[in-house]
Design a protein around this ligand. Structure first.
Ligand SMILES: NC(=O)c1ccc[n+]([C@@H]2O[C@H](COP(=O)([O-])OP(=O)(O)OC[C@H]3O[C@@H](n4cnc5c(N)ncnc54)[C@H](O)[C@@H]3O)[C@@H](O)[C@H]2O)c1
Length: 444
Protein backbone atom coordinates (compact mmCIF):
# COMPACT_ATOMS: atom_id res chain seq x y z
CA UNK A 1 0.00 0.00 0.00
CA UNK A 2 1.61 3.28 -1.12
CA UNK A 3 0.43 6.57 0.28
CA UNK A 4 1.54 10.00 -0.90
CA UNK A 5 0.84 13.17 1.06
CA UNK A 6 1.03 16.39 -0.93
CA UNK A 7 1.99 19.41 1.20
CA UNK A 8 4.17 18.99 4.28
CA UNK A 9 2.77 21.75 6.51
CA UNK A 10 1.19 21.33 9.96
CA UNK A 11 -1.46 18.95 8.61
CA UNK A 12 0.36 17.11 5.81
CA UNK A 13 3.49 16.38 7.79
CA UNK A 14 1.65 15.11 10.87
CA UNK A 15 -0.63 12.98 8.67
CA UNK A 16 2.26 11.51 6.67
CA UNK A 17 4.37 10.73 9.73
CA UNK A 18 1.43 9.15 11.61
CA UNK A 19 0.46 7.01 8.59
CA UNK A 20 4.07 5.80 8.40
CA UNK A 21 4.05 5.10 12.13
CA UNK A 22 1.10 2.73 11.84
CA UNK A 23 2.96 0.83 9.12
CA UNK A 24 2.15 2.28 5.67
CA UNK A 25 4.77 3.27 3.12
CA UNK A 26 4.49 7.03 2.85
CA UNK A 27 5.99 9.61 0.51
CA UNK A 28 5.59 13.24 1.54
CA UNK A 29 5.80 15.59 -1.40
CA UNK A 30 6.19 19.38 -1.27
CA UNK A 31 7.17 22.05 -3.80
CA UNK A 32 9.31 23.72 -1.14
CA UNK A 33 12.71 22.15 -1.81
CA UNK A 34 14.33 23.60 1.33
CA UNK A 35 11.65 22.04 3.47
CA UNK A 36 12.11 18.68 1.76
CA UNK A 37 15.86 18.68 2.25
CA UNK A 38 15.44 19.64 5.96
CA UNK A 39 12.89 16.85 6.40
CA UNK A 40 15.06 14.31 4.56
CA UNK A 41 17.79 15.00 7.13
CA UNK A 42 15.31 14.10 9.88
CA UNK A 43 14.79 17.67 11.05
CA UNK A 44 11.33 19.07 11.60
CA UNK A 45 10.84 22.59 10.15
CA UNK A 46 7.86 23.31 12.44
CA UNK A 47 7.41 23.17 16.19
CA UNK A 48 5.03 20.30 16.92
CA UNK A 49 5.56 18.25 20.10
CA UNK A 50 6.80 14.70 19.44
CA UNK A 51 6.85 15.08 15.65
CA UNK A 52 10.60 15.19 15.06
CA UNK A 53 11.21 12.01 17.07
CA UNK A 54 8.45 10.12 15.24
CA UNK A 55 9.71 11.42 11.89
CA UNK A 56 13.27 10.24 12.59
CA UNK A 57 12.07 6.81 13.74
CA UNK A 58 10.04 6.22 10.58
CA UNK A 59 12.77 7.56 8.28
CA UNK A 60 15.22 5.16 9.91
CA UNK A 61 12.81 2.22 9.58
CA UNK A 62 12.37 2.98 5.87
CA UNK A 63 8.59 3.61 5.76
CA UNK A 64 8.86 7.37 5.24
CA UNK A 65 10.51 9.40 2.52
CA UNK A 66 10.38 12.97 1.33
CA UNK A 67 10.42 14.23 -2.23
CA UNK A 68 10.27 17.51 -4.13
CA UNK A 69 9.71 15.65 -7.38
CA UNK A 70 6.01 15.25 -8.12
CA UNK A 71 6.60 12.41 -10.58
CA UNK A 72 8.30 10.20 -8.03
CA UNK A 73 5.91 11.44 -5.34
CA UNK A 74 2.62 10.83 -7.10
CA UNK A 75 2.88 8.39 -9.98
CA UNK A 76 2.81 5.09 -8.04
CA UNK A 77 0.59 5.98 -5.08
CA UNK A 78 -2.62 4.08 -4.30
CA UNK A 79 -3.86 6.95 -2.16
CA UNK A 80 -2.86 10.58 -2.60
CA UNK A 81 -3.76 12.93 0.26
CA UNK A 82 -3.72 16.64 -0.50
CA UNK A 83 -2.96 18.88 2.48
CA UNK A 84 -1.81 22.12 0.85
CA UNK A 85 -2.81 25.48 2.29
CA UNK A 86 -6.13 27.13 1.46
CA UNK A 87 -5.44 30.62 2.81
CA UNK A 88 -7.73 33.61 2.72
CA UNK A 89 -8.24 35.71 -0.39
CA UNK A 90 -8.50 39.45 0.08
CA UNK A 91 -12.30 39.23 -0.05
CA UNK A 92 -12.36 36.50 2.64
CA UNK A 93 -13.04 33.57 0.31
CA UNK A 94 -10.80 30.49 0.31
CA UNK A 95 -7.83 30.70 -2.03
CA UNK A 96 -7.78 27.45 -3.99
CA UNK A 97 -4.78 28.19 -6.20
CA UNK A 98 -2.40 25.87 -4.30
CA UNK A 99 -4.96 23.09 -4.38
CA UNK A 100 -5.60 23.49 -8.08
CA UNK A 101 -1.86 23.56 -8.83
CA UNK A 102 -1.37 20.41 -6.77
CA UNK A 103 -4.22 18.63 -8.58
CA UNK A 104 -2.83 19.64 -11.99
CA UNK A 105 0.60 18.33 -10.97
CA UNK A 106 -0.87 15.02 -9.80
CA UNK A 107 -2.97 14.63 -12.97
CA UNK A 108 0.11 15.14 -15.12
CA UNK A 109 2.04 12.43 -13.29
CA UNK A 110 -0.48 9.67 -12.63
CA UNK A 111 0.35 6.33 -14.14
CA UNK A 112 -2.28 4.12 -12.49
CA UNK A 113 -5.66 4.17 -10.72
CA UNK A 114 -5.70 6.03 -7.44
CA UNK A 115 -7.93 7.57 -4.79
CA UNK A 116 -7.40 11.30 -4.31
CA UNK A 117 -8.22 12.37 -0.75
CA UNK A 118 -8.71 16.07 -0.08
CA UNK A 119 -7.66 16.94 3.47
CA UNK A 120 -7.32 20.68 2.89
CA UNK A 121 -10.28 22.70 4.16
CA UNK A 122 -12.31 23.61 1.07
CA UNK A 123 -15.70 25.22 0.39
CA UNK A 124 -18.69 23.06 -0.43
CA UNK A 125 -18.53 22.01 -4.07
CA UNK A 126 -14.73 22.03 -4.37
CA UNK A 127 -14.28 18.24 -4.36
CA UNK A 128 -16.83 17.91 -7.15
CA UNK A 129 -15.01 20.60 -9.13
CA UNK A 130 -11.74 18.68 -8.70
CA UNK A 131 -13.35 15.41 -9.77
CA UNK A 132 -14.57 17.09 -12.99
CA UNK A 133 -11.16 18.63 -13.71
CA UNK A 134 -9.44 15.31 -13.22
CA UNK A 135 -11.81 13.52 -15.57
CA UNK A 136 -10.95 16.06 -18.22
CA UNK A 137 -7.18 15.88 -17.73
CA UNK A 138 -5.97 12.40 -16.73
CA UNK A 139 -4.78 9.92 -19.36
CA UNK A 140 -7.38 7.56 -20.77
CA UNK A 141 -7.66 4.22 -18.97
CA UNK A 142 -6.80 5.67 -15.54
CA UNK A 143 -9.52 6.13 -12.91
CA UNK A 144 -9.19 8.58 -10.04
CA UNK A 145 -11.88 8.85 -7.39
CA UNK A 146 -12.05 11.94 -5.21
CA UNK A 147 -12.84 11.58 -1.50
CA UNK A 148 -13.22 14.37 1.04
CA UNK A 149 -11.50 13.81 4.40
CA UNK A 150 -11.37 17.11 6.31
CA UNK A 151 -8.84 17.38 9.09
CA UNK A 152 -9.63 18.34 12.70
CA UNK A 153 -6.23 18.14 14.40
CA UNK A 154 -5.04 21.03 16.56
CA UNK A 155 -1.56 22.46 16.22
CA UNK A 156 0.42 21.69 19.35
CA UNK A 157 -1.27 18.31 19.81
CA UNK A 158 -1.33 17.12 16.20
CA UNK A 159 -0.02 13.61 16.87
CA UNK A 160 -2.28 13.03 19.86
CA UNK A 161 -5.26 14.28 17.87
CA UNK A 162 -4.44 12.00 14.95
CA UNK A 163 -4.23 8.89 17.12
CA UNK A 164 -7.20 9.87 19.30
CA UNK A 165 -9.43 11.73 16.84
CA UNK A 166 -13.01 12.24 18.09
CA UNK A 167 -14.13 11.29 14.60
CA UNK A 168 -12.80 10.71 11.11
CA UNK A 169 -15.09 12.27 8.54
CA UNK A 170 -15.09 10.76 5.07
CA UNK A 171 -17.22 12.21 2.32
CA UNK A 172 -17.60 10.22 -0.87
CA UNK A 173 -20.18 10.04 -3.58
CA UNK A 174 -18.50 6.79 -4.67
CA UNK A 175 -19.17 4.63 -1.59
CA UNK A 176 -16.53 2.05 -2.52
CA UNK A 177 -13.82 4.74 -2.55
CA UNK A 178 -15.14 6.12 0.75
CA UNK A 179 -15.03 2.68 2.38
CA UNK A 180 -11.50 2.13 1.08
CA UNK A 181 -10.33 5.32 2.81
CA UNK A 182 -12.19 4.24 5.96
CA UNK A 183 -10.29 0.93 5.86
CA UNK A 184 -7.03 2.87 5.67
CA UNK A 185 -7.92 4.51 8.98
CA UNK A 186 -8.91 1.25 10.70
CA UNK A 187 -5.60 0.82 12.58
CA UNK A 188 -6.32 4.09 14.44
CA UNK A 189 -9.50 2.53 15.84
CA UNK A 190 -11.40 5.81 15.84
CA UNK A 191 -15.08 6.42 14.98
CA UNK A 192 -15.67 7.01 11.28
CA UNK A 193 -18.51 9.04 9.81
CA UNK A 194 -19.10 8.12 6.19
CA UNK A 195 -21.20 10.69 4.37
CA UNK A 196 -21.59 12.43 1.02
CA UNK A 197 -18.95 14.82 -0.24
CA UNK A 198 -20.83 18.09 0.32
CA UNK A 199 -21.79 17.21 3.88
CA UNK A 200 -18.17 16.34 4.71
CA UNK A 201 -16.99 19.69 3.37
CA UNK A 202 -19.59 21.52 5.43
CA UNK A 203 -18.92 19.53 8.63
CA UNK A 204 -15.43 21.04 8.71
CA UNK A 205 -16.55 24.65 8.31
CA UNK A 206 -19.54 24.27 10.62
CA UNK A 207 -17.35 22.72 13.34
CA UNK A 208 -14.80 25.53 13.24
CA UNK A 209 -17.53 28.17 13.09
CA UNK A 210 -19.23 26.60 16.12
CA UNK A 211 -16.01 26.59 18.17
CA UNK A 212 -15.34 30.19 17.13
CA UNK A 213 -18.89 31.00 18.24
CA UNK A 214 -18.21 29.57 21.70
CA UNK A 215 -15.12 31.75 21.98
CA UNK A 216 -16.83 34.92 20.82
CA UNK A 217 -19.81 34.17 23.06
CA UNK A 218 -17.70 33.78 26.20
CA UNK A 219 -15.75 36.91 25.27
CA UNK A 220 -19.01 38.84 25.07
CA UNK A 221 -19.97 37.48 28.50
CA UNK A 222 -16.52 38.54 29.76
CA UNK A 223 -17.10 42.07 28.54
CA UNK A 224 -20.45 42.04 30.33
CA UNK A 225 -18.68 40.86 33.50
CA UNK A 226 -16.52 43.96 33.37
CA UNK A 227 -19.66 46.12 33.29
CA UNK A 228 -21.48 44.23 36.01
CA UNK A 229 -18.62 43.36 38.38
CA UNK A 230 -18.96 39.58 37.88
CA UNK A 231 -15.89 37.36 37.40
CA UNK A 232 -15.71 35.56 34.03
CA UNK A 233 -13.58 32.70 35.37
CA UNK A 234 -16.34 31.76 37.84
CA UNK A 235 -19.12 32.45 35.34
CA UNK A 236 -17.46 30.21 32.72
CA UNK A 237 -16.81 27.49 35.29
CA UNK A 238 -20.44 27.59 36.38
CA UNK A 239 -21.65 27.42 32.78
CA UNK A 240 -19.24 24.65 31.80
CA UNK A 241 -20.37 22.38 34.64
CA UNK A 242 -23.60 21.98 32.71
CA UNK A 243 -22.94 18.99 30.47
CA UNK A 244 -25.21 20.40 27.79
CA UNK A 245 -22.82 23.37 27.51
CA UNK A 246 -19.47 21.69 28.22
CA UNK A 247 -16.41 23.37 29.65
CA UNK A 248 -14.22 23.45 26.55
CA UNK A 249 -13.77 26.65 24.54
CA UNK A 250 -15.22 28.76 27.34
CA UNK A 251 -11.95 30.51 28.11
CA UNK A 252 -12.33 34.26 27.77
CA UNK A 253 -9.40 36.11 26.30
CA UNK A 254 -8.06 38.39 23.64
CA UNK A 255 -9.79 36.61 20.76
CA UNK A 256 -9.11 33.65 18.49
CA UNK A 257 -6.35 33.62 15.89
CA UNK A 258 -4.40 30.99 14.02
CA UNK A 259 -4.45 29.54 10.55
CA UNK A 260 -7.99 28.12 10.77
CA UNK A 261 -10.74 29.93 12.73
CA UNK A 262 -10.25 33.40 11.19
CA UNK A 263 -10.00 32.21 7.60
CA UNK A 264 -12.58 29.42 7.89
CA UNK A 265 -15.26 31.63 9.45
CA UNK A 266 -14.70 34.19 6.69
CA UNK A 267 -14.73 31.55 3.95
CA UNK A 268 -17.99 30.19 5.34
CA UNK A 269 -19.43 33.69 5.37
CA UNK A 270 -18.40 34.05 1.72
CA UNK A 271 -20.11 30.74 0.95
CA UNK A 272 -23.33 31.93 2.57
CA UNK A 273 -23.16 35.08 0.45
CA UNK A 274 -22.83 32.93 -2.65
CA UNK A 275 -25.99 31.06 -1.67
CA UNK A 276 -27.64 34.36 -0.65
CA UNK A 277 -28.24 33.06 2.85
CA UNK A 278 -27.90 35.50 5.73
CA UNK A 279 -26.02 33.58 8.45
CA UNK A 280 -26.45 36.23 11.15
CA UNK A 281 -24.64 34.49 14.02
CA UNK A 282 -21.55 33.94 11.91
CA UNK A 283 -21.27 37.63 11.04
CA UNK A 284 -21.46 38.55 14.74
CA UNK A 285 -18.85 35.96 15.69
CA UNK A 286 -16.35 37.48 13.26
CA UNK A 287 -17.18 41.03 14.32
CA UNK A 288 -16.94 40.27 18.05
CA UNK A 289 -13.56 38.63 17.55
CA UNK A 290 -12.02 41.52 15.66
CA UNK A 291 -13.24 43.89 18.38
CA UNK A 292 -11.94 41.59 21.12
CA UNK A 293 -8.45 41.60 19.62
CA UNK A 294 -8.31 45.36 20.23
CA UNK A 295 -9.44 45.25 23.87
CA UNK A 296 -6.13 45.30 25.71
CA UNK A 297 -4.57 47.91 23.48
CA UNK A 298 -7.52 50.24 24.10
CA UNK A 299 -7.37 49.64 27.84
CA UNK A 300 -3.66 50.51 27.83
CA UNK A 301 -4.33 53.65 25.79
CA UNK A 302 -7.00 54.63 28.29
CA UNK A 303 -4.55 54.23 31.13
CA UNK A 304 -1.49 55.84 29.58
CA UNK A 305 -2.90 58.21 26.99
CA UNK A 306 0.00 57.73 24.62
CA UNK A 307 2.38 54.78 24.55
CA UNK A 308 4.99 56.72 22.59
CA UNK A 309 8.47 55.97 23.91
CA UNK A 310 7.12 53.55 26.55
CA UNK A 311 9.03 50.35 26.98
CA UNK A 312 6.50 47.66 26.22
CA UNK A 313 7.02 43.94 26.58
CA UNK A 314 4.86 41.42 24.70
CA UNK A 315 4.93 37.92 26.21
CA UNK A 316 3.67 35.11 23.99
CA UNK A 317 3.51 35.58 20.22
CA UNK A 318 2.17 32.31 18.81
CA UNK A 319 -1.60 32.23 18.33
CA UNK A 320 -1.76 29.62 21.10
CA UNK A 321 0.66 27.67 23.30
CA UNK A 322 2.71 24.69 22.03
CA UNK A 323 3.04 25.94 18.46
CA UNK A 324 5.30 28.35 16.57
CA UNK A 325 2.45 29.38 14.25
CA UNK A 326 1.85 33.14 14.25
CA UNK A 327 -0.77 33.29 11.49
CA UNK A 328 -3.47 35.78 12.60
CA UNK A 329 -2.03 35.73 16.13
CA UNK A 330 -3.56 38.48 18.31
CA UNK A 331 0.01 39.39 19.39
CA UNK A 332 0.86 40.46 15.85
CA UNK A 333 -2.05 42.85 15.66
CA UNK A 334 -1.01 44.32 19.00
CA UNK A 335 2.61 44.71 17.87
CA UNK A 336 1.48 46.56 14.73
CA UNK A 337 -0.53 48.97 16.89
CA UNK A 338 2.35 49.46 19.33
CA UNK A 339 4.75 50.21 16.48
CA UNK A 340 2.34 52.80 15.18
CA UNK A 341 2.34 54.32 18.66
CA UNK A 342 6.15 54.40 18.49
CA UNK A 343 6.53 52.28 21.58
CA UNK A 344 9.84 50.61 22.31
CA UNK A 345 8.97 46.89 22.09
CA UNK A 346 10.60 43.75 23.43
CA UNK A 347 9.04 40.36 22.68
CA UNK A 348 9.36 36.82 23.99
CA UNK A 349 7.96 33.45 22.96
CA UNK A 350 9.33 29.96 23.66
CA UNK A 351 8.85 28.81 20.04
CA UNK A 352 7.71 31.58 17.69
CA UNK A 353 10.51 34.18 18.00
CA UNK A 354 12.09 33.34 14.64
CA UNK A 355 8.79 33.55 12.80
CA UNK A 356 8.16 37.01 14.29
CA UNK A 357 11.73 38.08 13.50
CA UNK A 358 11.05 37.17 9.86
CA UNK A 359 8.14 39.67 9.87
CA UNK A 360 9.48 42.55 11.98
CA UNK A 361 13.29 42.23 11.71
CA UNK A 362 15.16 44.90 13.69
CA UNK A 363 12.04 46.85 14.69
CA UNK A 364 11.66 44.75 17.86
CA UNK A 365 14.00 43.52 20.57
CA UNK A 366 13.88 39.69 20.75
CA UNK A 367 14.45 38.50 24.31
CA UNK A 368 15.71 34.97 24.76
CA UNK A 369 14.05 34.51 28.13
CA UNK A 370 11.18 35.97 30.13
CA UNK A 371 13.27 38.01 32.60
CA UNK A 372 15.11 39.72 29.75
CA UNK A 373 11.82 40.67 28.09
CA UNK A 374 10.33 42.07 31.29
CA UNK A 375 13.42 43.95 32.51
CA UNK A 376 12.97 47.74 32.38
CA UNK A 377 9.47 47.54 30.87
CA UNK A 378 6.79 50.14 31.63
CA UNK A 379 4.01 47.82 30.49
CA UNK A 380 3.72 44.07 29.90
CA UNK A 381 1.13 42.48 27.61
CA UNK A 382 0.47 38.74 27.93
CA UNK A 383 -0.86 37.32 24.66
CA UNK A 384 -0.29 33.54 24.81
CA UNK A 385 -0.77 31.29 27.83
CA UNK A 386 2.40 29.20 27.48
CA UNK A 387 2.92 27.25 30.75
CA UNK A 388 6.23 29.09 31.19
CA UNK A 389 4.30 32.36 31.23
CA UNK A 390 1.40 31.22 33.43
CA UNK A 391 3.95 29.85 35.93
CA UNK A 392 6.11 32.99 35.87
CA UNK A 393 6.56 34.33 39.38
CA UNK A 394 4.47 37.50 39.76
CA UNK A 395 7.17 38.90 42.03
CA UNK A 396 9.39 39.27 38.94
CA UNK A 397 7.13 41.92 37.46
CA UNK A 398 7.74 44.02 40.55
CA UNK A 399 11.39 43.17 40.59
CA UNK A 400 12.19 43.84 36.93
CA UNK A 401 9.71 46.46 35.71
CA UNK A 402 9.87 50.19 36.24
CA UNK A 403 6.30 50.06 37.59
CA UNK A 404 4.52 46.70 37.54
CA UNK A 405 1.69 47.22 35.04
CA UNK A 406 0.46 44.00 33.39
CA UNK A 407 -2.28 43.63 30.76
CA UNK A 408 -3.15 39.97 30.61
CA UNK A 409 -5.09 38.81 27.55
CA UNK A 410 -5.22 35.19 28.77
CA UNK A 411 -6.18 35.50 32.45
CA UNK A 412 -3.03 33.69 33.55
CA UNK A 413 -2.99 34.77 37.20
CA UNK A 414 -5.36 34.84 40.14
CA UNK A 415 -6.58 38.29 41.07
CA UNK A 416 -5.77 37.78 44.76
CA UNK A 417 -2.16 36.95 43.96
CA UNK A 418 -1.75 40.02 41.74
CA UNK A 419 -3.29 42.13 44.50
CA UNK A 420 -1.02 40.56 47.10
CA UNK A 421 2.05 41.42 45.00
CA UNK A 422 0.87 45.00 44.49
CA UNK A 423 0.78 44.71 40.73
CA UNK A 424 -1.43 46.84 38.52
CA UNK A 425 -3.13 43.96 36.75
CA UNK A 426 -5.74 44.29 34.02
CA UNK A 427 -7.20 41.07 32.62
CA UNK A 428 -10.30 40.02 30.64
CA UNK A 429 -13.75 39.86 32.23
CA UNK A 430 -12.45 40.48 35.74
CA UNK A 431 -12.05 43.57 37.90
CA UNK A 432 -8.78 45.41 37.35
CA UNK A 433 -6.41 45.13 40.31
CA UNK A 434 -4.68 48.17 41.75
CA UNK A 435 -5.57 50.18 38.67
CA UNK A 436 -7.00 52.94 40.81
CA UNK A 437 -3.76 53.11 42.73
CA UNK A 438 -1.81 53.41 39.51
CA UNK A 439 -4.07 56.02 37.96
CA UNK A 440 -3.78 58.17 41.09
CA UNK A 441 -0.04 57.87 40.83
CA UNK A 442 -0.12 59.02 37.22
CA UNK A 443 -2.14 62.08 38.19
CA UNK A 444 0.57 63.29 40.59
N1 LIG B 1 -2.98 24.00 10.62
C1 LIG B 1 -4.02 23.41 11.21
O1 LIG B 1 -4.10 23.35 12.44
C2 LIG B 1 -5.12 22.81 10.39
C3 LIG B 1 -6.08 21.99 11.01
C4 LIG B 1 -7.09 21.43 10.24
C5 LIG B 1 -7.16 21.71 8.88
N2 LIG B 1 -6.23 22.53 8.30
C6 LIG B 1 -6.31 22.76 6.85
O2 LIG B 1 -5.33 21.94 6.23
C7 LIG B 1 -4.76 22.60 5.09
C8 LIG B 1 -3.26 22.72 5.28
O3 LIG B 1 -3.00 23.56 6.38
P1 LIG B 1 -1.53 23.71 7.01
O4 LIG B 1 -1.66 24.58 8.20
O5 LIG B 1 -0.93 22.36 7.15
O6 LIG B 1 -0.80 24.50 5.82
P2 LIG B 1 0.71 24.95 5.74
O7 LIG B 1 0.71 26.31 5.16
O8 LIG B 1 1.39 24.72 7.05
O9 LIG B 1 1.36 23.92 4.70
C9 LIG B 1 1.00 23.85 3.37
C10 LIG B 1 2.15 23.16 2.60
O10 LIG B 1 1.72 22.91 1.28
C11 LIG B 1 2.84 23.13 0.40
N3 LIG B 1 2.36 23.33 -0.97
C12 LIG B 1 1.77 24.43 -1.50
N4 LIG B 1 1.46 24.20 -2.79
C13 LIG B 1 1.86 22.93 -3.08
C14 LIG B 1 1.80 22.12 -4.24
N5 LIG B 1 1.26 22.56 -5.37
N6 LIG B 1 2.31 20.88 -4.18
C15 LIG B 1 2.87 20.42 -3.05
N7 LIG B 1 2.94 21.13 -1.90
C16 LIG B 1 2.44 22.38 -1.92
C17 LIG B 1 3.53 24.31 1.02
O11 LIG B 1 4.87 24.43 0.55
C18 LIG B 1 3.42 23.99 2.50
O12 LIG B 1 4.52 23.23 2.96
C19 LIG B 1 -5.49 23.94 5.01
O13 LIG B 1 -6.57 23.82 4.13
C20 LIG B 1 -5.98 24.17 6.42
O14 LIG B 1 -7.12 25.00 6.47
C21 LIG B 1 -5.21 23.08 9.02
Amino acid sequence: MEITVVGTGYVGLVTGVCFADIGYNVTCFDIDENKISTLSEGKCPIYEPGLEEMLQKNLAEGRLRFSADSKSGCSFADYIFIAVGTPENEDGSANLEYLEAAVADIAANLSRDAVLVIKSTVPVGTNEMIQKKLHASIPEGITVKVVSNPEFLREGSGILDTFHADRIVIGADDREAGRAVATLYEPFGRPVLLTDIRSAELIKYASNAFLATKISFINEVANLCEHTGANIEDVARGMGMDERIGSQFLKAGIGYGGSCFPKDTKALEKLTEYYQYDFKILRSVIEVNSRQKQQLFHKAKEMFGSLKGKRVSVLGLAFKPHTDDIREAPALELIAQLLEEQADISVYDPAALNNVRAVYGSRLYYADHLDAAVKGADVVFIMTEWPEITQYDLKNFKLFMREPVVFDGRNCYELDKAKHEGICYVSVGRMAVSAGWYLKKLEH
